[in-house]
Design a protein around this ligand. Structure first.
Ligand SMILES: [Zn+2]
Length: 308
């Protein structure tokens, strides 16, 4: 190979490298759930990272300098919204000084805008009582129907940023939705015998899950979302659970088990640690695996509780 040919080849390789670097969108998701859905939709056209880990309370994440570095490089930031990340994400976005991912910019996607949101406020919105869900429930990803809506909005956004790949993203959204539909039938069948089962949850993380799979949440260990248990509220809850014969308490992995265990001892209810997110335990590697894991856990607990 002569020198001219070699130089030409090197130049071509360099161009190909640049094209590839431009081709891959850098996506940052605030949570592992959104990162998992983004990976399903974006495939090899994106590189995606999550900020909060699935085993952390997504309302309260310790901000690290490395998060700012990720946001500096991002072409797209996907957030859960409904103020889930209000306590930690806004300063990171500001400090990234990345114009693309500022709130309202084209590289900022609030996944809640297209999703079905429960617990919408009926009175004047206030955080005065410490309620961390003032604009409706931000744990909406725990319904596969919302998973499909999230995928659709991510697909639309990726296509907006990379119009040439629109067909690719559309196909992946359709494929993911079809796989979710198949899996949802399985989950519904698994939980069908326990339709209407009464449960209590620690935080208000599971209204969408309960709604989809027919569970009846009759109370919460927290007096209000984000407010730790108080002795009086715990006594009231125990009385209510005895009255309604509630036999399962669902607890997110990041809460202290002292109060739930005390409630379990008083009422005979099982305390079930149920991860609400991808990455909550290491087996939950993606969005579909999240429901596989949780539905299994719930079905086993409800089987024990009801004898069905
Ligand atoms: Zn919450």
């Amino acid at each position: 190979m002569n020198m001219k040919k070699m130089l030409l080849m090197l130049a071509m390789l360099a161009v190909a490298g640049v094209a590839q670097a431009q081709g891959k969108l850098n996506v940052v998701a605030s949570t592992e759930d959104l990162a998992s859905i983004a990976a399903e939709v974006g495939g090899d056209r994106i590189a995606v990272e999550a900020i909060a880990k699935g085993y952390q309370d997504p309302h309260f994440v310790e901000a690290k300098p490395s998060f700012i570095l990720r946001l500096q490089r991002a072409d797209l930031l996907i957030v859960v919204g409904k103020e889930l990340e209000i306590g930690w994400l806004p300063p990171l976005i500001t400090q990234s000084r990345n114009a693309k991912v500022q709130v309202g910019a084209s590289g900022y996607l609030d996944a809640s805008l297209q999703a079905k949101i429960l617990d919408l406020p009926t009175t004047q919105i206030t955080r005065a009582m410490g309620d961390v869900h003032p604009f409706g429930n931000p744990h909406y990803w725990l319904d596969p129907a919302n998973g499909k809506l999230i995928a659709k909005s991510i697909g639309a956004k990726l296509a907006e940023l990379r119009p040439n790949d629109r067909t690719f993203f559309d196909q992946r959204v359709a494929d993911f939705s079809a796989r979710l539909d198949v899996a949802e039938k399985r989950w519904l069948a698994q939980l069908a015998p326990y339709k209407g089962a009464k449960v209590v949850t620690y935080h208000r993380s599971y209204p969408n899950l309960a709604d989809r799979f027919g569970l009846d949440i009759v109370g919460y260990v927290e007096p209000r979302p984000g407010i730790p248990p108080t002795p009086q509220h715990t006594l009231d809850l125990i009385a209510e659970m005895k009255r309604q014969n509630v036999k399962v308490v669902m607890v997110e992995p990041y809460f202290d088990l002292k109060t739930p265990n005390a409630i379990g001892r008083e009422t005979g209810a099982q305390v079930l640690v149920l991860p609400p997110s991808v990455g909550g335990v290491k087996e939950i590697t993606n969005y579909i695996a999240l429901f596989d894991y949780d539905v299994n856990l719930l079905a086993n607990a409800l089987k024990q509780a009801t004898g069905k």
